[in-house]
Design a binder for this molecule. Structure first.
Ligand SMILES: Cc1cc2nc3c(=O)[nH]c(=O)nc-3n(C[C@H](O)[C@H](O)[C@H](O)COP(=O)(O)O)c2cc1C
Length: 243
């Protein structure tokens, strides 16, 4: 029985054998998969270096949601490694720049913004990850720790974390191929990215917690995205676990 918009969405975006709709706009040129901020100053990140850490099975075993963080900043090397693990380019071929996390149709609809609270040698503020260049664009500088915590339903861990990863979706990228079904895929993409972050954090001796309890438009406003063409999907807080 359908009781709401979610039920209707699930039903109306099903693939049924022999009835797959032509729902995308494939006759148009494919959308770009990278957002740029040409007007913003950019910071080059140190190259990601796979550092020694626990093996995969131990990393999976050790991952827990961590909600208490010490005031110790994380290093720029650690931030670089975390970003690479989430969205870094790991392979080039067949005209694609493939990334660390899978993406439906290699359309990469998810953009990464960072609310930097405490990262060594980075001014506090809001940054955007320029995937292709492995750089950060400085969007606005200042202390946004209280703002992001308030927008995350007043969850204090977002203010205490060294950095808050904020993932938005640019819906048109995936709708180009998948129409309304794209919304399923965009959230799945974000889940893969967040899991990579959670495991990479363990690998670096850091802790993380995934956060979907958020006031969408408050986060959108903080990041400067319109909430329609591009909107927040998911957050993750990262820092040194409180000893
Ligand atoms: C989609 C999703 C949303 C979540 N949102 C929050 C949140 O807003 N606040 C929070 O404290 N934990 C949040 N969590 C973390 C879960 O509470 C946590 O994963 C769960 O309790 C299992 O514990 P574990 O991660 O330590 O295995 C979220 C996890 C997921 C996967």
């Amino acid at each position: 029985m359908n009781t709401g918009i979610g039920d209707s969405f699930q039903k109306e975006t099903k693939y049924i054998r022999g009835k797959i709709p032509v729902s995308g706009r494939l006759w148009e040129p494919p959308p770009r998969t990278d957002k740029s901020y040409p007007e913003c100053p950019r910071i080059s990140l140190p190259p990601p270096r796979g550092q020694n850490g626990p093996g995969l099975w131990e990393t999976i075993l050790r991952r827990r949601s961590i909600r208490n963080f010490s005031a110790q900043p994380i290093s720029l090397d650690q931030l670089s490694q975390l970003l690479w693990a989430t969205q870094g380019i790991t392979h080039q071929g067949r005209g694609y720049f493939f990334r660390a996390a899978p993406s439906a149709g290699a359309l990469y609809p998810v953009e990464t913004y960072l609310v930097i609270n405490r990262v060594a040698s980075l001014e506090a503020g809001i940054y955007h990850y320029q995937v292709g260049l492995h750089q950060l664009a400085q969007i606005k500088m200042g202390d946004f720790s209280r703002g992001i915590a308030a927008a995350a339903l007043n969850q204090e861990m977002a203010a205490a974390a060294a950095v808050v990863f904020c993932w938005t979706g640019i819906f048109a990228r995936s709708k180009w191929k998948y129409g309304q079904r794209a919304y399923r895929y965009i959230y799945l993409d974000a889940g893969h990215i967040a899991q990579n972050l959670a495991l990479a954090a363990v690998g670096l001796g850091l802790g993380s917690c995934q956060v979907a309890a958020l006031y969408d438009d408050e986060v959108n406003h903080l990041l400067g995205v319109d909430g329609q063409k591009e909107s927040i999907l998911y957050l993750s807080v990262v820092g040194h676990p409180y000893p």
